[in-house]
Design a protein around this ligand. Structure first.
Ligand SMILES: Nc1ncnc2c1ncn2[C@@H]1O[C@H](COP(=O)(O)OP(=O)(O)OP(=O)(O)O)[C@@H](O)[C@H]1O
Length: 282
């Protein structure tokens, strides 16, 4: 009898431990969601570009947005840091959460959001006549930071994170436009990093680069995801497969499939995803 009670006690304490572990695992999974789109619909005038899209964006992971031209990838990406505020015809319903808070809440300042969620565009965007140094610290100066020592520190850290420091450290006063295309794109990334964002959005960041510069940016993205959440739009499926952890396949404004990149590329659930990934259309 006593033994039975003991066994029950052990069982119940083991179950408690298991429950605790499950709760911990659940908590970990939940805390890893950095951003989340919920029932997001984006229209330009009456044209629906993104329809009722819901998906998470995990912390310290790369999420790739793929799909044929015009399917809404860039529209979705730009909604993640309120870039559409600047487009008159754009109308957004639904929610975009950053750490559980809706970035479209009227009380939220879009400038604060864009500081937390940085953007790197398709074409490198340095100010060509501005020095490399000033390009990196432009965002900080814009918000009134003038402390030279601080600016110097941030500049070196951001250029190092963008894997560009060694190539430019002896010519920080040279114009941004004097760098190669690949270097200019890394400079754009350094500028985005200098304002210490939490999430980095990248819209086809390597589409204008040669293969060697593309590889550098890809290596950089893999390095950066140790600290940031990264969302990247790419037409290059091999690139999505190489560097992303999660992928979203969009088609005609719909999110057709979302999941782990490995699983989606090896064993897609939707026929349209399979046809796109195997080059049957797009
Ligand atoms: N500023 C805008 N005004 C009106 N319509 C727009 C605007 N931007 C995009 N669209 C339309 O919204 C739809 C989605 O465009 P979007 O650029 O998001 O697609 P995409 O998947 O990023 O395409 P691509 O791969 O060619 O860059 C398209 O029909 C496009 O014509």
């Amino acid at each position: 009898m006593e033994n039975k009670v003991k066994t029950e006690n052990i069982k119940s304490s083991a179950m408690t431990t298991t429950n605790e572990i499950e709760t911990t695992v659940e908590k970990k999974e939940t805390s890893r969601v950095r951003m989340e789109a919920k029932n997001l619909t984006i229209k330009y005038g009456t044209n629906v570009a993104v329809r009722n899209l819901s998906m998470p964006i995990y912390n310290e992971k790369v999420t790739a947005l793929v799909g044929p031209s015009g399917c809404g990838k860039t529209t979705f990406l730009r909604s993640l840091n309120r870039m559409h505020d600047l487009t008159k015809s754009a109308h957004i319903t639904g929610e975009v959460l950053l750490d559980g808070n809706d970035i479209y809440d009227p009380k939220v300042n879009p400038v604060t959001i864009r500081r937390k969620i940085g953007m790197v565009f398709q074409k490198p965007t340095p100010f060509p006549t501005m020095s490399i140094y000033d390009n990196v610290v432009a965002g900080l100066k814009l918000v009134g930071i003038r402390d030279r020592k601080l600016l110097n520190e941030v500049c070196e850290i951001a250029l190092t994170q963008a894997a560009l420091f060694d190539e430019v450290k002896d010519r920080l006063n040279a114009p941004g436009g004097s760098l190669s295309g690949g270097q200019q794109q890394r400079l754009s990334i350094a500028r985005a990093l200098a304002i210490k964002p939490e999430v980095i959005l990248m819209d086809e960041p390597t589409s204008s680069l040669d293969p060697k510069s593309t590889m550098k940016i890809e290596d950089l993205i893999v390095e950066l995801k140790k600290k940031y959440s990264i969302v990247i739009v790419t037409h290059n499926l091999a690139q999505a497969a190489r560097i992303s952890d999660y992928s979203a396949f969009m088609y005609l404004g719909d999110l057709v499939e979302y999941g782990k990149t490995k699983k989606m590329f090896q064993n897609p659930e939707d026929k349209r995803t399979e046809e796109y990934l195997t080059g049957k259309f797009g």
